[in-house]
Design a protein around this ligand. Structure first.
Ligand code: FES
Length: 129
């Protein structure tokens, strides 16, 4: 294990080494952009929403192992989930699903959860207009 990933859980390492759903979602109808104010890591989360359910999610990120793993795992957490349930996903839920994060990397979960809520808010705004 390198210094960059010391203290990471098996789940976090697995998502870092084998990222899921990475790339561009061409037919996304909700997009969340987020930059972490703590460190500058960034995430673009792309969602395809149909009938109030997230049917597909992809991501592109520029950041550390923890933020890449959190982004990857988040797309698995939201796949097939209703908008109501997705809106309940918290930063803490992302950390728990990752099997925890080293204290110095806890802020990585902020990036993933906030990008999700940004995308959902953008989708609602579009729907209302
Ligand atoms: S260094 Fe990666 S989220 Fe901050």
């Amino acid at each position: 294990m390198s210094d960059r990933t010391e203290g990471y859980s098996e789940i976090t390492l697995d998502h870092f080494e084998h990222p899921r759903n990475n790339g561009v979602l061409e037919n996304a109808n909700a997009v969340g952009y987020m930059t972490n104010p703590v460190c500058g890591d960034s995430l673009v989360l792309m969602l395809r929403i149909e009938d109030d359910r997230i049917v597909e999610a992809r991501w592109q990120s520029d950041g550390c192992a923890a933020s890449l793993a959190a982004s990857s795992l988040l797309t698995e957490m939201v796949g097939g989930v209703s908008l109501a349930d997705a809106s309940q996903i918290t930063r803490e839920a992302v950390v728990d699903a990752l099997g925890g994060l080293p204290a110095s990397k806890l802020h990585a979960s902020v990036l993933a959860a906030d990008a999700l809520h940004h995308a959902l808010a953008e989708y609602e705004k579009k729907r209302e207009s």
